[in-house]
Design a protein around this ligand. Structure first.
Ligand SMILES: Nc1nc2c(ncn2[C@@H]2O[C@H](COP(=O)(O)OP(=O)(O)OP(=O)(O)O)[C@@H](O)[C@H]2O)c(=O)[nH]1
Length: 354
């Protein structure tokens, strides 16, 4: 039987730097043929848009596959498995598969999917790489205190003291083989070191914690971990208490807390060309602040410029750069807005159109 194809799962909270890390990996793949599978939150396909046509030599458009919008634990049978099978059935096999999970997805259901008959004999999870926004976590935005939570749980089993965001973060840490403390350029060296030490203490035994800027890590560090993560799911248990009840309580499968993604929503805002990109960026920053938007990203059409302006905002920080000509895509501004459920869509649309 041929050796299993290794797959690396890249997970991490919204805007932590997953796409940036993958881009760096592709640019430095040293001839390795890598296929990408992308599971995005929001229906705009920004990450696919950034990675497709990225101009990187050994990254061909057909090597980038986007999964339909939605969480993998719901779509595994009709979307994820067929996508993987198609990839594995190619005449020219790839050397490695990299899967970018949605920044709001639990990694565990995806890893578990590798045990499905049909693919379990052909592919293995080489490693789960959890990318952390070092700046955000150091500022305590997704901070959590595992010891305190455990103490609360011990005191009252029926209570859920966690917010969805911190649960998600803990699940991503629990699933990791490697934790990348990214955005260290925004931290003092001592802060980055302290954060790395803290995450190491919270992670499973033996998990590597590395620091990075713009996800720049050698391919040898990221790939080839040989973890076979799908085979030791018990060690990577979800923090979410609801998964403990899955067997006895299947009726509640649709309840929001079962998935951890219904607490979030996203929509796309479309605008015509923008004449003053600086002013528009400031406007975006203001809207983010006013509406507690978690993540906003997409492409801006700037009057008189043939290139699209990529706009990326993580919390209050907005980055922009021109990436490539619009090509056959419509010349318009399209932004995906992601936040916790209850976003005031009409007000956000109005504010972005002002
Ligand atoms: N200063 C700084 N910015 C970074 C770094 N890494 C990524 N970024 C920026 O952070 C923003 C988000 O990066 P992405 O790579 O798109 O993050 P992501 O995790 O793929 O985001 P989602 O797909 O929305 O979950 C972009 O504007 C990046 O340029 C870093 O190390 N330092």
């Amino acid at each position: 039987m041929p050796a299993k194809i290794p797959a690396t799962v890249v997970t991490g909270f919204l805007g932590a730097g997953k796409t940036t890390l993958i881009r760096h990996l592709l640019e430095n793949a040293k001839g390795k043929r890598i296929a990408l599978v992308i599971n995005e939150f929001g229906d705009l396909g920004v990450d696919g848009g950034i990675l497709k046509g990225c101009g990187i030599e050994n990254c061909r458009d057909e090597d980038v596959v986007e999964l339909s919008n939605g969480c993998i634990c719901c779509t595994v049978a009709d979307d994820f498995i067929p996508t993987m099978e198609k990839l594995l059935d190619r005449d020219e096999p790839v050397d490695h598969i990299v899967i970018e999970t949605s920044g709001l997805a639990l990694p565990q259901p995806l890893i578990r999917a590798f045990n499905w008959p049909g693919i379990s004999t052909r592919v293995t999870v080489d490693g789960v790489v959890t990318v952390v926004d070092g700046k955000a976590v150091a500022e305590g935005r997704f901070a959590h205190d595992v010891a305190a939570v455990d103490a609360q749980r011990a005191a009252d089993d029926g209570l859920d003291h966690e917010t969805p965001l911190s649960e998600l973060f803990e699940d991503q840490i629990a699933a990791a083989d490697m934790i990348v403390v990214n955005k260290t350029d925004l931290l003092e060296p001592a802060e980055a070191e302290a954060l790395a030490a803290r995450l190491k203490a919270e992670a499973r035994e033996g998990v590597q914690v590395v620091r990075a800027t713009m996800g720049a890590l050698p391919v040898e560090v990221l790939l080839g971990q040989g973890a076979a993560a799908e085979a030791d799911m018990e060690a990577r248990h979800e923090v979410h208490h609801h998964h403990d009840h899955d067997d006895e309580d299947d009726d509640h499968h649709d309840a929001a807390h079962h998935h951890g993604h219904d607490e979030f929503e996203s929509f796309v805002v479309t605008r015509p060309e923008v004449s003053d990109p600086k002013a528009f960026t400031a406007q975006v920053a203001e809207v983010i602040r006013a509406h507690d938007i978690l993540r906003l990203k997409g492409f801006v059409a700037v009057a008189g410029k043939p290139m699209r302006l990529t706009l990326q905002a993580v919390g209050p920080r907005v980055d922009t750069h021109f990436d490539r000509p619009f090509g056959s895509d419509p010349r318009e501004t399209r932004l995906v807005v992601i936040g916790e459920a209850g976003l005031d869509r009409a007000a956000i649309e109005a504010a972005l159109a002002a």
